[in-house]
Ligand binder design. Structure first.
Ligand SMILES: [Zn+2]
Length: 181
């Protein structure tokens, strides 16, 4: 399994969770954090230490390697984190229009966090509007998993993603995935 982009099974799942067009999910590049030379003040607070810059998702090196690790627990953490991060990619597309904006998204996000810290104090990060919005797909993924056996590494979704079983994923989604909220 490649680690620099989503495989077909993952694209199908993220598409079902977010409603994003497949092409935008296929265009996402996953970059290990050690290759990041940008400095974002909110970086350490972000769950899993990831952050989005346009259509690039920067992830901690350990989690970036999860898809090749063969470790279902790492895969579960990776999948939940990706379900959140692609919410930010969708925001970057919304700001950019014809492409995923990088610096405009970053400036917009910085403003959103600053406003939320003024409003929500030490919960400013978690309660920022852009975070609550981005977290919708992750919450939905948890709900789907909890309804179908539990949100744990032995859930069939984890194997479907690890094997890149696109037909199996499509069948799982059509059987189990409810309407998006
Ligand atoms: Zn976030």
């Amino acid at each position: 399994m490649r680690t620099d982009r989503f495989n077909s099974a993952t694209v199908l799942l993220l598409q079902a969770l977010t409603g994003m067009p497949a092409g935008r999910l296929e265009a996402v590049r996953l970059v290990p954090r050690s290759r990041n030379h940008l400095r974002m003040p909110w970086y350490p607070e972000h769950p899993g230490g990831a952050f989005v810059h346009g259509d690039r998702i920067y992830i901690t090196d350990a989690l970036h390697a999860a898809p090749t690790s063969g470790d279902p627990d790492a895969m579960l953490r990776w999948l939940l984190l990706m379900a959140h991060e692609v919410g930010h990619v969708a925001q970057a597309w919304r700001l950019g229009g014809t492409r995923a904006s990088r610096w405009r998204f970053t400036a917009w996000a910085a403003t959103g966090y600053a406003v939320s810290f003024l409003r929500n104090g030490r919960h400013g990060y978690r309660k920022a509007d852009l975070e609550v919005e981005a977290d919708r797909a992750r919450r939905l993924l948890r709900t789907w998993m909890e309804r179908t056996g539990g949100c744990h590494a032995q859930h069939p979704l984890i194997q479907l993603v690890m094997r890149d079983d696109a037909p199996g994923m499509a069948a799982w989604i059509s059987t189990h995935a409810g309407q998006r909220p």
